[in-house]
Design a protein around this ligand. Structure first.
Ligand code: PNS
Length: 163
């Protein structure tokens, strides 16, 4: 019996509840989901790739058929090839995401005939991004509705608790 597998790619610096919602919904569509932490060598992240993987793994530990891997300086289509995934699944929060994602989806199809499926973000996470979370957390704002307790603790540990 063949297994259907997709990749949920991202920077995940750090993972938000919006990301986790998309991975869980992707798992309902595919037998296996590979969460691919893709590291841009030109960007310094807040968390190391290994830290991002560990946070994702602990948040997704209850879900079978999900693995978390990290890739550096690799094309997403090569990640799809090496993991045997037939599709890419990404969340779409709105028009800005669409403008950013569409050229990549078209390019990935051109490069390796890999399709991208967009899942509309749950409205409660439609305004949540890792970069906004980091900015708010850096200055002591409350990010608890948008990230898991473990991620909130990791952010506090990184930035300190100003309260
Ligand atoms: O969470 P992000 O930062 O929006 O994720 C973007 C990501 C990592 C999915 C995208 O930059 C990507 O696919 N990078 C891998 C390199 C690659 O394949 N680039 C060409 C895309 S057409």
């Amino acid at each position: 019996m063949s297994v259907s597998r997709c990749v949920c790619p991202g920077s995940f610096d750090p993972v938000t509840l919006g990301h986790l919602d998309v991975v869980r919904r992707a798992r309902r569509l595919y037998d296996e989901v590979v969460v691919a932490v893709l590291v841009n060598p030109n960007k310094t992240g807040l968390f190391t790739p290994q830290e991002r993987v560990e946070l994702l793994e602990s948040e997704l530990a209850d879900l079978d058929g999900v693995s978390v891997l990290t890739f550096e300086a690799q094309l997403l289509v090569d990640v799809c090839r090496s993991t045997g995934a037939g599709a890419i699944v990404k969340g779409l929060r709105g028009e800005t995401d669409y403008s950013y994602e569409l050229p990549m989806a078209v390019m990935n199809r051109h490069l390796a005939d890999v399709e991208t499926l967009f899942l509309p973000s749950d409205p409660q996470y439609a305004q949540v991004s890792s970069s906004l979370i980091k900015e708010v957390a850096r200055f002591g704002g409350d990010i608890s509705p948008f990230v898991s307790p473990a991620v909130a603790a990791a952010l506090r540990a990184r930035f300190g608790d100003p309260h």
